[in-house]
Design a protein around this ligand. Sequence first.
Ligand code: GLN
Length: 455
Amino acid sequence: ISVKEAVQASLDQIEAGEKKYNCYVTVDPEGALAQAEAIQKKIDDGELTGPLAGVPMAVKDNICTKGLKTTCSSKILYNFVPPYDAEAADHLKKAGAVILGKTNMDEFAMGSTTETSAFGATKNPWNTEHVPGGSSGGSCSAVAANECFAALGSDTGGSIRQPSSFCGVTGLKPTYGTVSRYGLIAYGSSLDQIGPVAKDVADCAAILDVIAGHDRKDSTSVARETYDFVSALQDDVKGMKIGIPAGYFGEGLDPEVKAAVLAAADVLKAKGAEVEMFDLGLIEYAIPAYYVIASAEASSNLARFDGVKYGYRTEEYEGLHNMYKKTRSEGFGPEVKRRIMLGSFVLSSGYYDAYYLKALRTKALIKQEFDRAFERFDVILAPAAPTTAPKLGESLANPLQMYLGDIYTISVNLAGLPGISVPCGTDAKGLPIGVQMIGNCFEEKKILRAAYSFQ
Ligand code: GLN
């Protein structure tokens, strides 16, 4: 089919689906059709040949796109049109992907349900009474609802893997430093990574090939030896050593999720992998350490939204300080305010050592636990989330409970590791379950291979 036909099919699907799901903050039909035409010409002229040439894709709304509104699902950026592309978006465009629009998310990526968006919650396409997960819930539900072929998300503490699991799609968080953060609106800078959300493992690998790369504009970007992730797609796990952290399978894990994830391990075992339970230490410290570090970094990163440089400014004010105060009080939602207050507190003099420094030490110890595990295992297999998608409204009422739901994903960010979530079944209500495969730093290929073989 032609690029235009593929784009039009996606736009039709968006038109039909958006009434029910609200996956997008911004859809750009004219822009997408214009891109389709330009890309078709390049394909016909033999200038564009890669796997993403002409593929209709969506981009999470915290990734800057030149000339296309980028809001972070926040009132404070409701009208922000970036003058430049994020490095990852630029790579997509150069590879010939067509950007259909920007997907909904939890405000500034703070949340696990896509309900904290200032532009309304996204619904799970599998069952619209349930959330799609978050914070990349718009990207994952758009892929699930065929409102795009694939999407970019971002993952600070599970925001690609958990909604992928809730929406029955495949999502990969790369090793920290693999995809440039240039143009990704920062949440927790030491944890944030952009990654692909797609229908299957092969699509994720193809997108990662395109978006990964060293970038001097991001000081934490790493120059890797090779970026050829597609070559890892081999249906072969013979001799691969897979570790299952026993502590992840105790209290708090839904029995149906547990059964599906352990069944996934059995599939890999039957294919020749060596599967073993082991003890991963310090699991119970990951959530407190993560929420201290992520909130601390967020409180600093969000200081720039002051009504002066970009976005929303309050209408009536008396003097500069009053303008700041009113702009920020009106522009940020409750979850963002909670994080700013928590983050400012743990960074304040007198508490810095007790909270922030201690959390950083905990982070280092968690990394050591993983280092030890990866001396024995190629891949760690775990749930992506303790439950399937909760009902809309349930998590908003209990933020602490929502934070606890991040137990299986956040230590991966604290240690900078790559992780992928792959569908592994459904619960009795028909909601999808995902299995997570975690690799050592720079070993995406191992998790891609295991995930590809499993799927
Ligand atoms: N749920 C986590 C949080 O609210 C993770 C979000 C993310 O990865 N962006 O911080």
